[in-house]
Ligand binder design. Structure first.
Ligand code: 13P
Length: 250
């Protein structure tokens, strides 16, 4: 299999600048010989601090969200131009907390995806079902819809800048992880959807991360699955001692 593993830390709304600097210094030291791709996504006010510290490392800088418009009268939003200016190379879009707490829908997420791609950013597009959707047997359908709508208008040439993160909402921050088998089945389904939209080679090449209570104890079993190409880590990304073992999984 030719896909690289891609391990990302989503720091959500945690840390001050001093705490962020301390963490990222330790990560860059401990991951410098790491074999996989790495990313950290700190909150907006931390980006400049972290940008300076990852510049000469193998850790990419990501943001957790951005506005759907390039600039203008959008009080409280952060623009793609501002992110690029600070050195951000990747943006997480459609995270379940954006979808379900802040009511972002597929159409809005799609506008953000296209804007980010137009500016050359890599996008981690998050998809995932709620517990009630899983129990109703709709996990595949929900992930398919979010994938198809999220990628509307995205060309085959732009697709290499897309990473999908499958994050079942019921597994986020709950300590409940999808079994490697269940996660792999959804990843395989998403890969099939990509194949239908963009062809077999695109499906083979797209990186699909798993997110939802990933820890050192379950990372290797998840990554061993054919269709799981990395992780989007929340809680365990907040300390080097919990993130590094995931990032260096063997
Ligand atoms: P946890 O790892 O805390 O479950 O969070 C997952 C997540 O939402 C990453 O984006």
């Amino acid at each position: 299999m030719s896909r690289p593993y891609y391990i990302a830390g989503n720091w959500k709304m945690h840390k001050t600048r001093a705490e962020a600097a301390e963490l990222v210094k330790e990560l860059s030291a401990r991951l410098k010989d790491g074999k996989h791709r790495y990313l950290v996504a700190p909150g907006f006010t931390l980006l400049e601090t972290v940008a300076a510290l990852v510049r000469d490392s193998n850790i990419r800088l990501g943001a957790q969200n951005m506005a759907a418009e390039e600039q203008g009268a959008h009080t409280g939003e952060v623009s793609v131009l501002q992110l690029k200016d600070i050195g951000v190379r990747t943006v997480i879009l459609g995270h379940s907390e954006r979808r379900h707490v802040y009511r972002e829908d597929d159409a809005l997420i799609n506008r953000k995806v296209r804007l980010a791609l137009r500016h050359g950013l890599e996008v981690i597009l998050c998809v995932g079902e709620l517990l009630e959707e899983r129990e109703a047997g709709r996990a595949e359908a929900v992930c398919e819809t979010q994938t198809v709508r999220g990628l509307e208008g995205v060309s085959a040439a732009e697709l290499p800048n897309i990473v999908i993160a499958y994050e079942p909402v019921w597994a986020i921050g709950t300590g409940k992880t999808a079994t490697p088998e269940d996660a792999d089945a959804i990843h395989a389904w998403i890969r099939k959807v990509i194949g239908r939209l963009y062809g077999a080679a695109a499906a083979e090449n797209i990186i699909i991360q798993y997110g939802g209570s990933v820890k050192a104890e379950n990372a290797a079993q998840l990554m061993a699955k054919e269709n799981i190409d990395g992780a989007l880590v929340g809680g365990a990304a907040l300390k080097a001692d919990t993130f590094v073992p995931i990032a260096m999984f063997a």
